[in-house]
Design a protein around this ligand. Structure first.
Ligand code: GZL
Length: 351
């Protein structure tokens, strides 16, 4: 729609400027263009996409996936709004989409709470809302059509199961694991789930979980948070980072403080584990053993969201909650699989 409006404005401006010299043909061309393109624009499904921000490589990959899926050639007009990590901006975007009478709203919510009012407004406007990536704890599940994303607590439980299995192969006593958690944005589903996965495992296994501090899913804040934790504790030997960007910042801070980063805890190294598997540098670190384990968090939701919209267009009722399958990676030897709730997850060696 935006490119259509832009072309129109250029044509009309040109026709106006040429008003005194035989512009009849030009004005006619403009009218033809408008008519022809209005038909085209009417054929496109307009999707308003409220993305929460651009804080990480994961988020950029997620946005790219959405942009690639919702092209004009595919029959869509995608209106993208970057919320800059602020729920207020996303609420404003959704209200704008309602005024624009889009066909669908896709929301990647920054945090889980505070969406009932604006989702009710979308329902009153009879615009279906599809949630992607993080969840909302809406009072009424009918405030959105469906959701697609990851099981964040399972991601955390997989990494915790790997920590337990790997340190077990090294005969490290559970009480000798002194862990800090550098969390994602507080209140986001990814943070809530990954934090819960670790906290429950620490309690069940008797690990020393010393601190949980948010690094906002960014490299800069991850570096700052790690630096502050090193000032508080002199016995950290496991750093659980809730995404790769924070892990990269944390490793920088650890090495700047003279720490050796790796899986040889019993030789004084500090073991770093992480989530996403999107950031190239993090994948290199994992290949070098600086990041000992990464739980995949797949960002490529564009085709999945498009399939949900196509189902709704066809009058189908897609499943309400659609989870993506994800892997766990480590180059460390000794742990070939982890088991969570009776499910076996192979530990991949290749990223
Ligand atoms: C997870 C997503 C998280 C990623 C971070 O699905 O919400 O937000 O793990 C991103 O990298 O910032």
């Amino acid at each position: 729609m935006k490119s259509f409006l832009k072309k129109i404005s250029v044509l009309l401006l040109t026709a106006t400027l040429l008003g005194g010299c035989g512009s009849g043909n030009f004005a006619g061309a403009a009218e033809d263009f408008i008519e022809e393109n209005e038909e085209q624009a009417d054929d496109l499904i307009t999707v308003g996409f409220s993305q929460l921000g651009a804080e990480s490589d994961w988020r950029s990959a997620n946005t790219d996936s959405m942009m690639s899926a919702f092209t004009e050639d595919a029959g869509y007009n995608l209106i993208y709004k970057n919320g800059q990590q602020k729920q207020a901006n996303q609420i404003t975007a959704i209200r704008t989409f309602i005024q624009q009478e889009v066909d669908y709203i896709v929301l990647a919510p920054a945090t889980e709470s505070g969406w009932d009012t604006v989702l009710s407004e979308a329902r009153e406007a009879e615009i279906p809302v599809i949630l992607v990536d993080r969840r909302v704890n809406a009072s009424d599940k009918n405030l959105f059509s469906c959701w697609v994303g990851s099981d964040f607590e399972l991601e955390g439980r997989k990494v915790a199961a790997w920590i337990k299995a790997f340190t077990g192969t090294k005969d490290i006593a559970p009480e000798d694991l002194h862990i800090v958690n550098i969390q994602g944005n507080l209140g986001s589903s990814a943070q809530i789930g990954r934090t819960r996965g670790l906290a429950n495992a620490a309690r069940e296994n008797g690990w020393d979980l010393m601190a949980e501090v948010s690094g906002d899913f960014t490299e800069t804040k991850g570096r700052e948070t790690m630096g502050a934790l090193l000032k508080r504790f002199d016995n950290i030997n496991v750093v659980y980072c809730e995404n790769d960007n924070m892990a990269i910042g944390a490793i920088d801070a650890l090495e700047s403080a003279g720490k050796r980063v790796g899986s040889d805890i019993d030789k004084g190294e500090v073991m770093v584990v992480s989530f996403d598997g999107v950031n190239q540098k993090a994948l290199e670190y994992a290949g070098e053993g600086k990041i000992s384990c990464i739980a995949e968090c797949n960002p490529l939701h564009g085709p999945r969201v498009r399939a949900l919209i196509e189902a709704l267009e066809n009058g189908e009722s897609p499943r309400k909650f659609n989870y993506v399958d994800e892997k766990i990676f480590s180059r460390e030897e000794g742990v070939d699989e982890v088991v969570v709730d009776g499910e076996v997850y192979k530990v991949e060696r290749q990223f």
